[in-house]
Every structure is written in structure tokens, then in C-alpha cells.
Design a protein around this ligand. Structure first.
Ligand code: MTE
Length: 337
């Protein structure tokens, strides 16, 4: 399904601080209907992607890890869009198996329509959205974001979606709503990873995630329904997923059925599975190694073969520090990892 959008810009120029918001090309994209052909948008171009490399600081580089790696030196290449074919074929979605190619092979089994997304919990106006609502009810925006997986690979992806804050404001949170809890669909008959612990990577389903209310209301936090001008493919978390670009990819929960405002820090899947390895916050942080590998660099998936080896230095908060570092002021990020 092609998502066709208008060209209006929601953001006035002065609201987009040049080196701070990665997606200068950020647009208001309005769903005009499910027209089969011809988007009003051209593909996102590299020229519009901001250069964050120049403000890059020397990273923590364990010499043994960093030697022998070829780094992308060219600034444009660093933030080149990851080709659509790779975004949609190299995935993590354990509900469909644990190998990178499993989701693209198995996720077609998932029924996307009808879908029901509930927004509820500590709010005055809980509501539900059906499949069509996700595409028709809200102004859709394009956001080009880096995505950094905790496994140390990364991509640059043009998402289409709705700011999460828009949905939360509609629900009218109560004053004691301090966190937001997210839940993925549980439907073992369509999700083979939910049928056996072996296929599903040994995690308990449904997959759950959480954010603080400040993180959830942050303008960068997106509820994505599309990428590359099309509705999300199932393997990327159709029909609706979270995208939090300054956090490791596992926070960006896929195929969401429930968003709940709560007063306590909610449980999160990877923290439950391995608490010493994955924290609740999971902000991208090159200075804090995973217990089993360094996070100082990442393999950027760009052109070339699926497993092409091109490395870049990882940036604190994935390069979005100017927008989000204030959320963690005074916190010891080695403790709240
Ligand atoms: N959401 C669910 N429900 N199940 C998962 O296994 N994997 C996470 C995240 N969201 C995952 C999930 C991880 S580890 C990453 S890196 C991203 O999805 C990958 O998103 P992508 O496959 O669209 O690149």
C-alpha cells in the first residue's frame, strides 16, 4: 500500500534548530487515501540530511576493538539512507524468528486489518483506533532517523508516522501518569516465535516496552505507520510501531495493540530477560559497553552486500543529544543504562 501525502510543512523554519533535529526535511504528511500510484513526494535525498559528523567528539575506543575496522570517513555516506530493500529484509522481530531474515520470510502470516490499538490507563479520555484510523485520522509526518540496534548495527530510515504526543494528548493523561507502557500483539497462531521458546528466542510474550512520560511526549518520539512512503511492511512492525531514535532499537516496539498510561516504571521485555545487560532507559551510549561487546562503534548498513562491513563511531544519544540530553540531567547514565 502506498501512502500518499501532502507537501505542507508543519514546522516553521526557526523551530528546526539546524544541528539538532536530524530530519530537517521533516514534513507534515497528510494521508490523502490509498492511491495505488505516484506519491507526491520524491524520495528523501541525502542533501537534506544534516551533518552531525562535524560535531562528533573522539569516542571511547578500545584499541583492540577499533583496529582493523574501516570507518566511513565521508560525511554524506555516514548518513546516507539505508536502501529500502535492506530496511525491509534485515530485521529483528523475534515473534517471527531470531535470524535477521526470518521476519521478512514469516511475517506475511500476520493479519494486519482489522487491527485495534487501545490508548488507555491513567487518562480522562481513553480511545481505540482501528486500522484505517492509523492512516486517515491524523496528519502524518515524515521523519528521517538513524536507528541504532543494541547489537551494534545501524540504519538511516525515512519513517512516516504520528507524534506519540498527539495520541497521548488526545487521551488527556491524569497528573499521576508518569510512564507509558506498550504491548505488542500476542497471536501465536500467526506469530511462529510465540509458539516455541526456541523459535522465539526464549523471551516471554507479549513483547512489552516502556518510556517515561517525558520521553513519550518528546517531539522526536514517533508512532510509525509507514516507511519509504509506504505502509509499514509486516516485518518492520506493521501496522503500527514505536520509533525512539535516541534509544537502542529494542525500545522501538513493533505491532502495538496497547498503549497504557501508568504511574510506575513498566516492565520491559529485554530487561526482564537479561537485567544486567539491558536497562529500562537504553539510551544509545558509546561510553557504556554492553557486558559482552563495546558500544563505541556501529556497523552502518548502507550500500553493498547485506553484511557489508562499514563502521562509524556511535554518538551519544545516537546524535540527538541536543534535543534529549536534558531529559536525563543529573542522572548517572552508567547506572540508568
Ligand atoms: N518489537 C517486537 N515486538 N519484537 C521484537 O523482537 N525487536 C526490536 C525492535 N522492536 C523487536 C521489536 C529490536 S531488537 C530492534 S533493533 C528493532 O525492533 C528492529 O527494527 P527493524 O527490524 O524495523 O529494523
Amino acid at each position: 500500500m502506498k501512502i500518499t501525502c501532502s507537501n505542507q510543512s508543519q514546522f516553521k523554519d526557526h523551530e528546526i534548530t539546524d544541528e539538532t533535529v536530524f530530519n530537517q526535511r521533516r514534513k507534515l504528511l497528510k494521508q490523502m487515501g490509498f492511491l495505488g500510484a505516484g506519491s507526491l513526494l520524491s524520495s528523501p535525498s541525502q542533501a537534506n540530511i544534516l551533518d552531525l559528523f562535524s560535531s562528533d567528539k573522539p569516542q571511547n575506543k578500545p584499541a583492540a576493538v577499533m583496529q582493523n575496522l574501516s570507518f566511513i570517513k565521508d560525511k554524506a555516506a555516514r548518513d546516507e539512507l539505508t536502501p529500502e530493500a535492506k530496511v525491509t529484509s534485515y530485521n529483528n522481530f523475534y515473534e517471527f524468528g531470531t535470524s535477521k531474515t526470518d521476519p521478512a520470510q514469516n511475517a506475511h502470516a500476520l493479519t494486519l486489518n482489522p487491527w485495534n490499538l487501545s490508548i488507555n490507563g491513567l487518562c480522562h479520555k481513553p480511545f481505540e483506533l482501528g486500522y484505517e484510523d492509523l492512516f486517515n485520522k491524523y496528519a502524518l509526518e515524515e521523519r528521517i532517523y538513524r536507528m541504532r540496534c543494541v547489537e551494534a548495527w545501524s540504519m538511516v530510515i525515512p519513517w512516516i508516522g504520528i507524534p506519540l504526543a498527539t495520541l497521548l494528548k488526545q487521551a488527556d493523561p491524569k497528573s499521576n501518569a508518569q510512564y507509558v507502557a506498550f504491548e505488542t500483539l500476542k497471536r501465536p497462531e500467526e506469530m511462529i516465535g510465540q509458539q516455541s521458546r526456541l523459535v522465539g528466542g526464549g523471551i516471554n510474550y507479549p513483547y512489552v516496552e516502556g518510556l517515561t512520560i517525558e520521553e513519550a511526549m518528546h517531539p522526536l518520539t514517533l508512532i510509525a505507520v509507514g516507511l519509504y512512503d509506504k505502509a509499514l511492511p509486516a516485518q518492520n512492525g506493521a501496522p503500527v510501531r514505536l520509533v525512539v531514535p535516541w534509544k537502542y532499537g529494542f525500545k522501538s516496539i513493533k505491532s502495538i495493540v496497547n498503549i497504557k498510561l501508568v504511574d510506575k516504571e513498566p516492565p520491559t521485555t529485554w530487561n526482564l530477560s537479561a537485567p544486567s545487560e539491558y536497562g529500562f532507559y537504553a539510551n544509545v551510549n558509546p561510553a557504556v559497553s554492553h557486558p559482552r561487546w563495546s558500544q563505541a562503534q556501529e556497523r552502518r548498513i548502507t550500500q553493498g552486500g547485506l553484511f557489508s562491513q562499514q563502521y562509524i563511531k556511535t554518538l551519544p544519544f545516537n546524535g540527538y543529544g541536543k534535543e534529549v540530553a536534558h531529559l536525563y540531567k543529573g542522572m548517572d547514565l552508567t547506572k540508568y543504562f
